[in-house]
Design a protein around this ligand. Structure first.
Ligand SMILES: [Zn+2]
Length: 524
């Protein structure tokens, strides 16, 4: 039996003497007829369960060198054992060589995230769909991507401002949307389940069915031994909860264990009964014949169990058999068919839906400001209080008054307070902005507050730039009015991002007018 793709050919044979000789003859005839040559020196003989004498004999018949596992087929290491560090090294090298190509480029956090998302994270994707990556492997890849994100590209070490777990969450859940390799691994492996369902009569599914007895009664409860199948089943265990069965002839669905009614299996809903039931992992058809439910229990039931049993019988009586096969429906997509994205969304969700940070990406501001705000929202900017968690900081105060924290620098500092005061007047907001949440709540209604959001974020951005100029550029504080004008100029710069430039120009004018009054006040 051959396996052939592009310029790779694998021939399978039993190790018996006549078979090997025949195989050699077939190859030789092939050479004669086609006029092509098989390069035996570049080919390898791989054996399974043979002793040394037999291996040598086989090699002398075929006349090619003896090889050893792991071999690679289409870039995927083929081995009956788990992935080793050597198997993974080429992948890591590829990642590093890609990063090396970017060295010396001054890129913002936004640009680096984009490079990682589109380039680095996609390198292991192909392998992730075949093999369950061990934890250490994921860690190695993550740490290289982390270094690429936070260090400058000359590899000078910098603080990793946010945990990789956060970075690798989708934007909807408050992350930066870099693919989480572990989650991708589960989802890509689980997608084989869909292919398995689709390719019902193909050779590969028949081999699986034969080898792992997957038809008794369905694949969800199977255990396997090969690395691929183990990884596949690992993913299936997670994907299982997303499937609901539609009963046809009842031969594939397990009565107790599979989810065919409501949101969970009967085993979960009637755990008290299920514990003692003798007929586990049995199909619906084998237990329910239309009139009786054929179950027995390993323990005598009390009154409570009897009640539950009646309920289950009631449920069973609602089953309507048809001639069709039982089918699986994927609950997380609208068409009922599995897709990797919908599963990734479920797996990637870490239980907390952020209130407004996910709306940040819709606001019309430059990406690098968005990333800056993302850090701000996570309290990860290197303000002096955050810096002091990492190293000793001699002076913890801001350039003007009090201890510097994000809350202080952007909202309660004397300078920030004045700025927000002018801001409230321009936009006629009665409640003064005193915290990050106060600006964030306008993000949710970005459609009607688009301009306001541009202004608030320009204000926050300018405060940060001012702070950095005072700290690092040794520039001196000029006046409140200049800061306000800087905000106005910033918004004017950004207005090409916004569909209604005219409206912005008007607001900028108004803002400048308010700013001029501050100037006037100071002169007096
Ligand atoms: Zn201050």
């Amino acid at each position: 039996m051959p396996l052939q793709y592009a310029d790779d050919t694998i021939l399978f044979s039993s190790a018996e003497f006549p078979h090997l000789v025949n195989l050699k003859h077939v190859i030789m005839w092939f050479e004669q007829i086609s006029g092509m040559r098989v390069n035996f020196r570049k080919s390898e003989l791989l054996t399974l369960n043979l002793d040394e004498v037999e291996i040598k004999r086989a090699a002398s018949i075929i006349s090619c060198p003896i090889g050893a596992f792991t071999i690679k087929y289409l870039g995927v290491p083929q081995h009956y054992d788990n992935l080793t560090r050597e198997d993974l090294q080429p992948l890591v090298d590829k990642l590093l060589s890609r990063i090396a190509g970017w060295r010396g480029k001054l890129l913002s956090l936004a640009a680096r995230t984009l490079l990682i998302k589109t380039c680095l994270a996609s390198i292991p994707i192909y392998l992730l769909s075949f093999i369950k990556f061990p934890k250490w492997a994921i860690q190695i890849l993550n740490s290289h991507m982390g270094n690429c994100l936070w260090n400058d590209l000359n590899d000078a070490h910098k603080y990793h401002l946010a945990n990789w777990e956060f970075v690798a969450m989708s934007k909807d859940f408050g992350g930066l949307g870099v693919p989480n390799l572990r989650d991708s691994n589960i989802c890509l492996l689980a997608s084989w389940l869909r292919r398995y369902e689709k390719d019902k009569n193909k050779l590969w599914t028949e081999i699986l069915d034969f080898k792992y007895n997957t038809k008794d009664p369905n694949i969800l409860q199977t255990r396997g031994a090969s690395p691929f199948f183990k990884g596949f089943m690992w993913a299936v265990q997670a994907a299982k909860m997303g499937y609901r069965w539609v009963i046809g002839n009842g031969e594939k669905v397990r009565f107790w264990e599979d989810n065919w009614l409501g949101t969970s299996s009967l085993a979960i809903q009637y755990w008290k009964l299920y514990r003692w039931v003798n007929e586990k992992n049995k199909s619906v058809a084998s237990l329910w014949d239309g009139t009786d439910l054929k179950c027995s229990f390993s323990r005598m039931g009390d009154e409570n169990m009897l009640e539950l049993w009646e309920e289950v019988c009631q449920i069973a009586s609602t089953i309507n058999y048809s001639d069709e096969e039982d089918s699986m429906v994927w609950q997380f997509s609208s068409n009922g068919r599995f897709n990797v994205q919908s599963f990734y969304k479920v797996v990637n969700f870490r239980g907390i839906q952020p209130v407004f940070i996910s709306s940040l990406w819709d606001i019309k501001i430059p990406p690098r400001v968005q990333y800056f705000l993302w850090l701000l929202s996570k309290n990860k900017l290197l303000t002096r209080d955050n810096l002091s968690k990492r190293r000793k900081v001699e002076d913890p105060t801001c350039s003007f008054c009090n201890e510097e924290s994000i809350q202080h620098l952007f909202f309660t500092c004397v300078v920030a307070k004045q700025l927000w005061h002018v801001f409230s007047k321009t936009f006629d907001i009665h409640q003064l902005i005193v915290s990050f949440e106060d600006t964030g709540k306008f993000w949710l209604s970005n459609k009607c507050n688009g301009i306001l959001n541009m202004f608030t974020l320009a204000a926050v951005w300018c405060l940060w730039k001012l702070r950095n100029d005072l700290c690092f550029q040794r520039s001196t504080w000029k006046s409140m009015a200049i800061l306000l004008f800087q905000v106005a100029v910033m918004v004017e710069k950004w207005k090409i991002l916004y569909p209604e430039e005219e409206v912005i120009s008007q607001k900028v004018k108004l803002f400048k007018k308010e700013a001029a009054q501050v100037l006037w006040l100071q002169w007096r």
